[in-house]
Design a protein around this ligand. Sequence first.
Ligand code: HEM
Ligand SMILES: [Cu+2]
Length: 547
Amino acid sequence: MHQREFARDDTYIKWQLGLGFAALFLGILMGLFQGLDRMGIDLYKYVGLKSYYQGLTIHGVLNVLVFTTAFNGAFLPYVTMRSLKRPMAIKGGSAIAFFLMLVGVLLAAWKILDNSSTVLFTFYPPLQGHPLFYLGLVLVVVSSWVTFLNILLTTRAWKQDHPGEPLPLQAFISLVTYIMWFIASLGVAIEVLVLILPWSLGIVEKTDPQLARTFFWLTGHPIVYFWLLPAYLSWYTMLPKQVGGKILSDPLVRLVFILFLLLSTPVGFHHQYTDPGVPAGWKAMHALLTFSVFFPSMITAYSVVASLEIGGRKAGGKGLFGWIWKLPWGDPVVTTQLLAGLGFFLGGVSGLINASYNINMVVHNTAFVPGHFHLTIGTAVTLTAMGIMYWLLPALTGKKLWGRGLALANAWLWFLGVLIFSRGQMAGGLEGMPRRTWMATATYLQFMETWDIPNKMTAVGGALMFLGGMAFFAVMVGTLFFSRERAKVEMPTAEAIIGPEKGSPLFTKRLDVWTVVAIVLVLIAYVPYLVNYLGDAAFVATGQRVW
Ligand code: HEM
Ligand SMILES: [Cu+2]
């Protein structure tokens, strides 16, 4: 009924999805190269790349900075509009967000491809890239701020028309996700605008790598929740509908997202356990907060599995686990997300290892870490986004999904692939295999027999993931160009067993208060440290170009 009003925004939502998935396509192509490098196969020279590290920069930047930001900037406005039944408040806001992102991506890509910015996606000083590379990334972040503002104003306008009513759950989640991200992204904004851009432009000659890393990780941890919360949105509020279940409790879901808003930002030092210059007390505090942020994830696991069980039992599932087989495994929208969730379980558990102050010492900067995050961002988030596309693309184009068998192959190949891949990386990591290393050129490799099997698993598992990814892109292209049947697909929205009646708890309505609390927590977690550190910060690092 609102399709025509939404058309203006939908056009740019489609373009932004196109940009995001184009980035993912190139990103996982580089992933394949990285995997094959473990078996001594060098594909870089055939595509004109100078080094493994140039490819790794493409992989990191396109996958986790571009794909995720573009997908969220399309998916969450789409959800907000449908759940509030109104177009986005800023006329032309979706267009501005898209063009900012497009220009940003082109700038960054140009400077990566000319090898002037082979600095990996973390761009730690003293590695120094071209100013336009950083400017490109700034534009990608600014695009996400435009989306934030647009969602904020849209939900505000809805509230004015519906005084006293709770925001529909899906819009609530979209808004919380962007509030959290806005607060979190200020860290990297400060890092780039104050420290790195002036330094790469030559306005200042030297910078302090430690300070830059602190601002980087202020954003760098919560960014993983920026990637994850849209997947949670789908698991909590859409997947139950898709399997014939119900949301357990609407207020509980709101509580979970408020906890994420509060807890996901003040934890960045857990990436700096081995950094000198951060007092042990601060590291310990961030470790504690990291373990607290595990709780909302546990509630999520409990709640989502309960929703699934309701669906499975309705379909006739009996016994303790019988309901699992009754879930609609033939539906690629469901299968991708179920497998994504299973992968996430393993990813989450391995995350507890990274987060432990002392055990971290064993796995720090080893291949264990990519083993962990290909289960989380690489699978829980990416495979869920792919699953979402299996209904979102038909919804946006009115075309029936093409190649259902391929779509199922996508889910299983990726899942099996990542199990092998991550096992390989984790086993290698425990044997001291470093991450971010051009294995094929490592002269000491022959002495590292314990790395042989892990390297082969990485290559084989990575190749399977890549094949799964290609199956996904085939389905997308097939649906766009070869699908002849029309389909009328609506956004899935599950009902909740409890709530959201008008009397839903007050605390879930006061997002303004929670935002202030979140900001205060960030200030507590960082300001005393920064004040102390700035006293003897060492601006000693000149820019280096290694590759
Ligand atoms: C076909 C699928 C994929 C394969 C085969 C693959 C392979 C790899 C490998 C082997 C590494 C380790 C590189 C090293 O430490 O030297 C790596 C790193 C990484 N991957 Fe993937 N990957 C894939 C998909 C993804 C996806 C979907 C994402 C995120 C959306 C992702 C995000 C990352 C990130 C952030 C790094 C770290 C980059 C860095 O250290 O700078 N990967 N990948
Ligand atoms: Cu983290």
